[in-house]
Design a protein around this ligand. Structure first.
Ligand SMILES: CC(C)(COP(=O)(O)OP(=O)(O)OC[C@H]1O[C@@H](n2cnc3c(N)ncnc32)[C@H](O)[C@@H]1OP(=O)(O)O)[C@@H](O)C(=O)NCCC(=O)NCCS
Length: 306
């Protein structure tokens, strides 16, 4: 639900601390969240009973005069992660953004956080072709401490066919199928004694229309064992993604291989024309989902593009 009372905004700071690790200096203070809520931003909370367990905060942004929504944080309390809370928060955000007649939501995330990659690209249907080097400089929370803060800039075209299919839960293609179709892996990796893979080499001149890029299953575990290994992963990924984004590729999917315990981004060279896929019909993604996020506008009707 949209937060309105001062104590709700204060509670959302506690949720941020739980999501990113205690003693974090980079939490967004309640007063800024309140200001945003009153002036074109959006602050949502997810509740388990009376307890807030998730928070989402974004602002209205401009690109060459065209409005979009910039979603700065989505955080779920540790105790409630991987239970669908983040997904329901994003669905609530989507409905409210559509109601505002906006069609694009952007946010940044660490491309090497496997959980975020799966959540943003596979489950929500965001895409990416923009890479930021060390965007925030050093951050002190438990996920980022010591690491380079390279980020993907994800684009979520909220009414595109892709997004509508993904949020309904479309089946991913398996790694075996992709290999059978001739999709090539860009990077080679090797296993370590502590069960995490490290990069070995990358091919930067591949010509196929679709490519796979492996990322670590758990970059925080890599960082905890070896900070330099974690930062080598970032530099390796930076070379690959900057190179292929420059060559017209976009990240369009994430493939998890549970048998081998490995995870890959799928890159696609065909042009993505998400905004052209606007159907004119807006479906309420909430009505089929039992949820703990309550929005103030569960059913929407929008008949024209912004
Ligand atoms: C990212 C975050 C907001 C997602 O919220 P959430 O409530 O955990 O997300 P959901 O449960 O709706 O969906 C997560 C999905 O990722 C999957 N997942 C979790 N960890 C994973 C991993 N390491 N690899 C692959 N998939 C993973 C879950 O199984 C789930 O998918 P499923 O429903 O198909 O099984 C939350 O985990 C979080 O707060 N993380 C810490 C803060 C952060 O990094 N925020 C994002 C940057 S702004």
């Amino acid at each position: 639900m949209r937060l309105s009372r001062p104590e709700q905004f204060a509670e959302s700071v506690r949720v941020q601390k739980s999501a990113w690790g205690q003693d974090v200096s980079s939490t967004i203070p309640a007063h800024l969240l309140i200001a945003a809520q009153h002036h074109g931003g959006l602050v949502l909370g997810a509740y388990d009973g009376r307890r807030m367990v998730g928070v989402l905060f974004g602002i209205t942004a401009l690109d060459n005069g065209r409005q979009y929504h910039y979603s700065h944080i989505t955080g779920v309390a540790r105790s409630h992660q991987s239970k669908g809370v983040g997904f329901r928060l994003k669905l609530a955000q989507r409905e409210l953004i559509i109601k505002r007649r906006q069609s694009l939501v952007k946010w940044t995330y660490d491309p090497l956080q496997a959980g975020n990659a799966y959540f943003n690209i596979r489950k929500l249907g965001a895409t990416c072709n923009t890479y930021h080097r060390d965007l925030y400089g050093p951050l002190d929370d438990s996920l980022n401490r010591g690491r380079l803060t390279d980020r993907f800039e994800a684009e979520w075209h909220v009414n595109s066919k892709r997004v509508r299919e993904r949020i309904r839960g479309s089946e991913p293609t398996s790694l075996a199928e992709l290999f059978a179709e001739g999709v090539e892996p860009v990077n080679r990796t090797k296993n370590t004694s502590y069960g995490q893979r490290l990069p070995v080499s990358a091919r930067l001149r591949l010509k196929g229309p679709r490519l796979l890029v492996e990322i670590p299953r758990n970059i925080t575990r890599v960082r905890d064992v070896s900070l330099s290994a974690a930062n080598s992963w970032t530099l390796h990924a930076r070379r690959i993604f900057e190179n292929y984004f420059d060559r017209g590729f976009s990240v369009t999917d994430v493939i998890v291989d549970n048998d081998e315990d490995r995870i890959f981004y799928l890159l696609n060279r065909s042009t993505i024309r998400e905004s052209a896929e606007f159907s004119g019909k807006v479906e309420s993604s909430h009505q089929h989902l039992p949820g703990i996020v309550k929005t103030d506008q569960p059913t929407l009707t929008v008949t024209q593009r912004d």
